[in-house]
Design a protein around this ligand. Structure first.
Ligand SMILES: [Fe+2]
Length: 392
């Protein structure tokens, strides 16, 4: 049973939520508070799994309240329920809360969204992850070029020259990016000689993703595995972008693409920081002829998605990106909310459904619930077999 606390200054809203959630009374115990102060008092007593708060409340607004919840009870899932949120406020909230749910919403949507955040939280708090992180010692820091790039892109008028200078400051990253931009995979009709021209030609977001992928997977230590993971990550980002475009849900695209690029960061960290453990995982993968995450689950009790999610928390990346990385190998047992996490989850399942491969009951079941979150979306063009046909 989950304990979920709703905070809103309008009693009628709280009443409505209570009634609407009655169908989930076997899964959730719903509690309510009329103000931030009352909410904090309830949290003091302990046992709350998730807090869902309105933004505009007298005395203490939702942003202040949820900020305090994050400070004092970081393990509690935090969700904003709100009407229009200004872009500047939204940017600050991304660092504080796990999810936004714009009003009006369906109660089923709210339930799925909170459950999704709770599953990620449970994964990130598993003893197996703690053991693994403990073994890995110092975790790698946020990639520097990527973070300098993000800072420049947050400027009101980002300059292509400055971006080119930031990327060019690390020649190995610049070379990696230019090699990809000029590769057949990108499909440009002419040769791109410089980063500055690449930015002009393909745009800021693709450059950001290329830099991030180069920095995360392109180190000499990551070697051939890194190169392979980088390609998978970029292909995954492209697929998730196409899928969200087709579904008309481009508002999730930027976060989902970043998460796609970062999805296997945990694998590269494991391989480079703990080669002995990684060798055991590789052995199990070969023995059982299974995917990385399954071999990791058997050897470590957790997997690289969860490790990557923990790392992204440490890097203070937005929680929606972190959640998507944590969950990119599921589990998906119930119809999730539409989110970067479920979109990426869907793309990964589609990727894993090998054309002509042995039937896999787990993947089939996950595909079934994930596709229900995206009704009306034709998944055929996103199946691997289809992509191969198209490429041929
Ligand atoms: Fe993965």
């Amino acid at each position: 049973m989950r304990h979920v606390l709703f905070v809103d200054d309008e009693p009628a809203v709280l009443d409505g939520l209570r009634k609407a959630l009655r169908s989930h009374r076997h899964e959730w115990t719903v509690e309510t508070a009329n103000s931030g102060a009352e909410g904090l008092a309830r949290l003091e007593l302990g046992g709350i799994d998730a807090v869902l708060s309105d933004l505009s409340m007298p005395a203490m607004n939702g942003e202040v309240f949820l900020g305090m919840v994050r400070e004092r009870w970081p393990e509690v899932v935090r969700v904003v329920l709100s009407g229009h949120v200004e872009a500047a406020v939204a940017r600050r909230l991304v660092q504080i809360v796990h999810q936004f749910l714009p009003k009006p919403f369906e109660v089923q949507q709210l339930f799925a969204l909170v459950e999704e955040a709770l599953v990620s939280r449970d994964l990130l708090e598993s003893p197996a992850l703690r053991r693994l992180v403990g073994k890995l010692g110092d975790l790698p820091a946020l990639p520097q070029t990527f973070s300098a790039l993000l800072a420049e892109m947050r400027e009101p008028n980002p300059s292509f020259q400055r971006i080119a200078r930031i990327v060019g400051a690390d020649p190995s990253i610049a070379a990696n990016v230019l090699r990809l931009v000029n590769s057949a995979w990108f499909g440009l009709s002419r040769k791109v000689p410089s980063i500055e021209e690449a930015v002009r030609l393909i745009g800021l977001k693709p450059i950001e993703l290329l830099v991030l992928s180069a920095e995360v997977y392109g180190s000499a230590a990551a070697g051939a595995l890194g190169a392979q993971l980088q390609f998978v990550a970029l292909e995954r980002a492209r697929t998730v972008r196409r899928l969200l475009e087709k579904a008309g849900l481009t508002q999730f695209s930027a976060a989902a693409q970043t998460a796609a690029v970062l999805s296997d960061v945990g694998l590269v960290v494991l391989a480079t920081r703990d080669p002995d453990t990684f060798a055991r995982v590789t052995e199990e993968k070969t023995r059982a002829a299974c995917a990385w995450d399954l071999a990791e689950r058997r050897v470590l009790g957790t997997h690289h998605g969860v490790l990557g999610g923990a790392l992204l928390g440490f890097w203070s990346l937005p929680t929606e990106v972190r959640q998507a990385v944590t969950r990119h190998h599921g589990p998906w047992t119930e119809v999730p909310a539409v989110s970067p996490a479920s979109a990426l989850g869907l793309v990964v399942v589609l990727e894993e459904l090998e054309p002509g491969g042995a039937p896999d009951a787990r993947l089939d079941a996950e595909l079934e619930v994930l596709s229900k979150a995206y009704p009306g979306l034709d998944l055929a063009p996103f199946l691997k077999s289809k992509q191969h046909e198209e490429a041929a």
